[in-house]
Design a protein around this ligand. Sequence first.
Ligand SMILES: [Zn+2]
Length: 245
Amino acid sequence: MRHPCAVHRYSDTIDEQTNERFLSLRNTQAGILDVLFGTIEHFFGDFHELFSRVKDGRAPKKITYSIPALAFVGVLMFLCHLGARRRIKLQLNTDSSVGTFRDLFGVDAIPHGDTLNDAFKQCNPEDFQAVVCNMDAMLIRKKVLYFSRVLDKYFVVAIDGTGTVTYSQRHCPHCLTQTHNGKTVYYHNVLEAKLVGPNGFAFSVMSEFIENPGANPKKQDCELKAFYRLARCLKSAGIMAGNLQ
Ligand SMILES: [Zn+2]
């Protein structure tokens, strides 16, 4: 149940209409939480176990939030369409979210977005990639995706690039750049391999970032070069040989 103080705190600072939208969003988030827990437990089992092989690079004494706890908030951030990390603390910090978080991870507050960023920067992205592959493999083992096979045998993997962020100024040495009429934009793209089905479902299998090795390279990275890297990774993971099971 929502704590009445939480409502008053926000109604002091925002108008009634905005408050209604805010409360509606919170109810939506509570619904998303219920569905998320049900889905994870049903298809993938224990959330801690899913991330148990992700190596935590932080000093143990400084750890308040475990990697599974932070990963959970990261998933929620995307499901709730929070566009920025700083909105995590504001919009996920509801009584229902905090209560659920306490039950699951034994901590009394939702972490700040910067905490996620600091922790993930000290982890190996390949560990998270392995989690994604393992989740796909679990769905295949449980025959959840059998309906999407072609000729009752093959899974379809679609590969396509997509933009992630764009800046008007350089944000890191790896930015791709594009200049039109003297104006340069800096951006990051990622090439995604996804298991796709006839009902429109798409399950991420593997990601390859399209980025330059450093600022001002002679030739920029591109989708085709990234495709060859991604194909090698898919092959070494056994996915192109049909071993995703
Ligand atoms: Zn960049």
